[in-house]
Design a protein around this ligand. Structure first.
Ligand SMILES: Nc1nc2c(ncn2[C@@H]2O[C@H](COP(=O)(O)OP(=O)(O)OP(=O)(O)O)[C@@H](O)[C@H]2O)c(=O)[nH]1
Ligand SMILES: [Mg+2]
Length: 447
């Protein structure tokens, strides 16, 4: 970290302002080289100053510049930022000037890596920065901020502290066997170890983590002509998919995205499922089944004006073990007794009446989808990497519990150390360089 790094911090493309950021010991020198304040007064710490970026005598752009002296900066090093006019050209000229004046191009996530290495944030908070940058929707933003504020770290440190207490208890027993017997220690500590492992496992909610990162995927399935594409269009508020009265209109998957109260929803309209000799349609039916299996929620669309067909029943059977709800479409037409049939077949299945043609029932359907997309604001672990480490810690604790049952108190300490090591991967205490490389390689340059 003895060198000074530089990168464009704003996204590529045209915009009002672009920011070039540098961090490291040469910041002040570099500023003097390329920035001339309009007032000719020296730059003050943490104060934006108007001036010009110069390449020799040539003015590159007008600029607002700021220096944030160590340790009161994002990286805790000296940091300087240049706000120039947006678009690519000015910013890349300024970056080029920085590189010619002694800085080197920052690696992805290197500013945040320095912040982590200088102790400004722990590893889980560093990852939250990227989660916040890539958050799609209010729900994902709230979860990222919770993590940035130390939500995951606080949870892990609490578990880790309790584990240290257990480790101290075992050490005391091993050091003073005359004061406390191994059996006594085992019967006291076993339940505590078990409870800790349960706490960790229950914090690993894969589904919630996926919903935050990717949103809820909803597949619209059903036999041909029941109105799947009409419902997709209704939910999206646009004519995304082709709708006709010819069964088998949709052949491929048609995807659309919508935001419901800050939750991201991916809708997939599929080909009507039926037996067919048509090769193209058969491939569409295959894709429809795959989409249903991969979705977080399957909406089986049924025509409420006609009694259940053999195809409807087969589909119900094949989909019933997936997260499923029935959308009873075509409510404008006289009932075919479908609702009653469904209620007697699968009484617990949610039924949502809709009329895509007259745009009725859209609110109820959206509310139902939203209910499935929501996750708690206070989830402790929301990143796959964190859950993987927490699960390994829980497994090590289960091993420790097992070892205790065989009265091998000294061996159990090894399992507990493994659990501590897995927990420390989350917060980044004592982690290897390769893990940091892996984490920060997913970052964008300039952050
Ligand atoms: N009366 C009535 N007709 C509807 C309703 N919803 C859709 N339709 C009609 O049903 C026909 C089929 O609609 P689509 O949305 O194309 O049906 P689909 O399930 O996507 O059909 P495929 O793509 O062939 O599998 C069209 O003529 C629609 O106008 C409804 O609520 N009431
Ligand atoms: Mg269709």
């Amino acid at each position: 970290m003895s060198d000074t790094i530089a990168a464009i911090a704003t996204a590529p493309g045209e915009g009002g302002i672009a920011i070039v950021r540098i961090s490291g010991p040469a910041c002040e020198k570099l500023l003097q080289c390329i920035f001339r304040p309009a007032s000719h007064l020296p730059l003050q710490d943490h104060l934006l100053t108007y001036g010009h970026i110069l390449d020799g005598d040539q003015v590159v752009d007008e600029c607002m510049a700021v220096i944030m002296k160590s340790p009161r900066s994002y990286t805790r090093e000296d940091v300087a930022e240049f706000q120039v006019h947006g678009g690519y050209t000015s910013a890349s000229r300024v970056l080029d000037l920085c590189l010619r004046s002694g800085a080197r191009l920052a690696e992805p996530g290197e500013f945040t890596r320095r912040a982590f290495l200088n102790g400004r944030l722990d590893l889980s908070q560093a990852e939250a920065v990227m989660a916040l940058i890539s958050a799609r929707g209010e729900q994902a933003r709230r979860a990222a901020v919770h993590q940035l504020e130390g939500g995951a770290s606080a949870f892990i440190r609490q578990v880790s502290d309790q584990l240290y207490d257990i480790q101290a208890g075992i050490a005391a027993c091993l050091d003073y066997p005359e004061e406390i017997s191994e059996e006594e220690a085992a019967s006291d500590l076993g339940p505590k170890i078990h409870a800790l492992s349960e706490t960790l496992l229950s914090a690993c909610d894969e589904r919630a983590a996926r919903l935050l990162q990717q949103g809820l995927t909803v597949a619209l399935c059903g036999r041909p002509n029941v109105g799947k594409s009409s419902i997709l269009n209704l939910l999206l508020g646009e004519e995304k998919a082709i709708v006709t009265s010819i069964p088998g209109t949709t052949r491929d998957l048609v995807e659309g995205e919508l935001m419901l109260s800050g939750c991201r929803i991916r809708l997939i309209d599929t080909a009507g499922i039926r037996e067919t000799d048509d090769v193209v349609e058969a491939e569409g039916v295959h894709r429809a089944r795959q989409a249903a299996e991969r979705a977080d929620l399957v909406l089986l669309v049924v025509d409420s004006s006609s009694p259940l067909t053999k195809e409807d029943r087969e589909m119900l059977l094949s989909l019933k073990d997936l997260p499923l709800a029935i959308v009873l479409n075509k409510q404008d037409l006289p009932s075919g007794g479908t609702e009653e049939q469904l209620r007697s077949l699968l009484p617990d299945l949610p039924l949502i009446p809709v009329c895509a043609l007259k745009q009725d029932g859209c609110r109820t359907l959206k509310d139902y989808i939203l209910e499935k997309a929501r996750v708690s604001d206070l989830l402790s672990l929301t990143q796959p990497r964190h859950m993987d480490a927490a699960r390994r810690a829980a497994l090590a604790l289960q091993d420790a519990e097992e070892t205790l049952l065989h009265d091998a108190l000294d061996l159990c300490t090894l399992d507990l150390d493994r659990a501590q090591a897995a927990l420390s991967e989350i917060t980044g205490d004592n982690v290897e360089e390769s893990l940091l490389d892996r984490v920060f390689s997913t970052f964008c340059v300039g952050k």
